[in-house]
Design a protein around this ligand. Structure first.
Ligand code: DHB
Length: 390
C-alpha cells in the first residue's frame, strides 16, 4: 500500500515536470518573448530584448516572491512561425505572460492562442490599431500608427506641406498610417495627390521615389517599419529630391534612433511625429539612455526598447498587485489602467481598450555633439488611439 502510494506520487511529479511544472516549490514567473532576432526585423528583436533585460537588471528578478525568467524565441522575422512558438511557450514552458511581437501579422497569428489559454499578451512593437481587438488578453505598450500619423496629418498642412504624396509599406500598419494621415491632412486643408505602397519584403524604393519626384509634391510622407528608414532616406537624397524642394516627413520609424547616425547630414531637418525620442528631455529618460548605452556597447535605444522596458514595468506591477498569484485574468485586470512616467513621458493603459495612451511629439533631426537626434519641438498630450472600431 505504502509502495503504491509512493509510486503514485512519483508519477504525478514526473507528469508535472514533463509539463513544465516543477511542483509547488516552483516559484518561477515566466515571460515568453516571441521576437524577430534574425532576418529583416532583427533590429526590432535586439531592441526589445535589450530594453526588457535592462528593466530586469535594474529592478531585480524577484517580484512578490516569484523569480522572473525571460524566455526568448526567435521567429526569424516570419510571422507564420509565431503560432508554433506560442504553442510551445504556453504548453511546454507554461509561461505566465507572452510578450514582444515585432510586426502586426506576428501579433495577429498569436492572439487566438492568448485567448484560449487566458495568457496575457503584451505587445511591444506591432502597431496596427485592430491588434488589441484580436484578443481580450492583449495589452499594448508600443503605439499605433493611427495615433502617430493623425498628429502629422494635422501638423503638415499648417506648416507648408499641403500637396503631399504618401508612401507606406503595403500591410496593415501602413494602411492605418495612410488613412489617418490623409484624413487629418484633408481636414486641415491639405491634399494627398498620390498614395503609394511598397512591399514589406525586399522593398526597392527607387521606382516609387522616381514617381514622387515627377509629381513634385510639397512633401513626401513615409511610414516604413523599423529598420527600413535608412534606405528610404538614402535613396531620397541620392535622387536629389531634397534639392528639388520636396520635404521628407513621416512617422518616427523613418528617423529611427537606432539608425539615425548612419543617415548623415542628409537627414537633418526631417520632421516626424512619434511617441519616443532618445533626446526626450527628462531626467528619467537621461537615466534610461545612459544605462542602455552602457549595457549595450553603444547601441542607441529606440522606441521599441522603451516599449519593452515599459512592458516589463506593466508586468511587474501586475504581479505585485496580484501578490505573486500570477493567474491570467487577475494579471490582465491589474494591467488595465496602469499609469506611470516612462522614458518617453507620461503614459497609461486605457482600461477599456487596453491600448497605450501617450504624448505624441513633433521632432526634427538635428546634430548635437557629432551625433544625430530627433529633437522634440511640439507635443500633443495624452493621445488615445483614434483607430478603434466605433
Ligand atoms: C510595425 C512594425 C514596426 O517595426 C514598426 O516600426 C511599426 C509597426 C507593425 O508591423 O505593426
Amino acid at each position: 500500500m505504502q509502495k503504491r502510494h509512493f509510486l503514485h506520487a512519483t508519477a504525478l511529479a514526473m507528469a508535472a515536470l514533463a509539463s513544465g511544472h516543477a511542483g509547488a516549490q516552483d516559484n518561477r514567473f515566466k515571460i515568453g518573448f516571441i521576437l524577430p532576432m534574425t532576418g529583416p526585423q532583427a533590429s526590432t528583436g535586439r531592441q526589445i530584448e535589450a530594453g526588457a533585460k535592462l528593466f530586469l537588471a535594474e529592478h531585480g528578478d524577484t517580484v512578490a516572491g516569484r523569480k522572473v525568467e525571460m524566455i526568448v524565441k526567435d521567429d526569424t522575422s516570419l510571422p507564420d512561425v509565431n503560432k508554433r512558438l506560442a504553442q510551445q511557450l504556453i504548453v511546454s514552458d507554461q509561461v505566465n505572460v507572452l510578450a514582444g511581437f515585432g510586426i502586426t501579422p506576428a501579433a495577429l497569428a498569436t492572439a487566438p492562442l492568448a485567448t484560449q489559454s487566458k495568457t496575457p499578451m503584451v505587445i511591444m512593437s506591432a502597431a496596427t490599431s485592430s491588434i488589441t481587438e484580436a484578443s481580450p488578453y492583449i495589452v499594448r505598450t508600443s503605439m499605433t500608427l493611427a495615433q502617430i500619423s493623425s498628429v502629422m496629418g494635422d501638423w503638415a498642412p499648417r506648416n507648408g506641406a499641403k500637396r503631399v504624396v504618401s508612401l507606406v509599406t503595403d500591410y496593415a500598419p501602413g494602411y492605418d498610417a495612410e488613412k489617418f494621415f490623409k484624413e487629418h491632412l484633408t481636414q486641415n486643408g491639405g491634399e494627398v495627390i498620390e498614395s503609394l505602397r511598397v512591399p514589406l519584403r525586399n522593398p526597392d524604393f527607387a521606382p516609387y521615389l522616381q514617381k514622387v519626384r515627377d509629381l513634385k509634391p510639397d512633401a513626401l510622407f513615409v511610414f516604413v517599419p523599423s529598420g527600413a528608414g535608412a534606405a528610404v532616406v538614402k535613396q531620397f537624397l541620392e535622387r536629389g529630391m531634397d534639392k528639388a524642394g520636396i520635404r521628407l516627413i513621416g512617422t518616427g520609424d523613418l528617423a529611427d534612433d537606432d539608425q539615425l547616425n548612419d543617415m548623415g547630414d542628409g537627414a537633418l531637418g526631417v520632421v516626424t511625429s512619434f511617441n519616443y525620442s532618445m533626446a526626450h528631455p527628462s531626467a528619467l529618460n537621461k537615466k534610461f539612455v545612459d544605462a542602455f548605452l552602457k549595457a549595450n556597447k553603444g547601441m542607441r535605444p529606440n522606441f521599441q526598447a522603451v516599449a519593452a522596458y515599459d512592458g516589463m514595468r506593466v508586468i511587474y506591477e501586475a504581479l505585485k498587485t496580484t501578490k505573486g498569484q500570477g493567474g491570467g485574468d487577475a494579471l490582465l485586470a491589474a494591467m488595465k489602467g496602469q499609469a506611470f512616467e516612462s522614458p518617453r513621458g507620461p503614459m497609461s493603459i486605457d482600461p477599456q481598450t487596453r491600448d497605450v495612451v501617450q504624448n505624441i511629439y513633433l521632432r526634427k533631426v538635428e546634430k548635437q555633439g557629432g551625433e544625430y537626434y530627433n529633437v522634440e519641438f511640439d507635443t500633443r498630450k495624452d493621445v488615445k488611439d483614434p483607430g478603434k472600431a466605433k
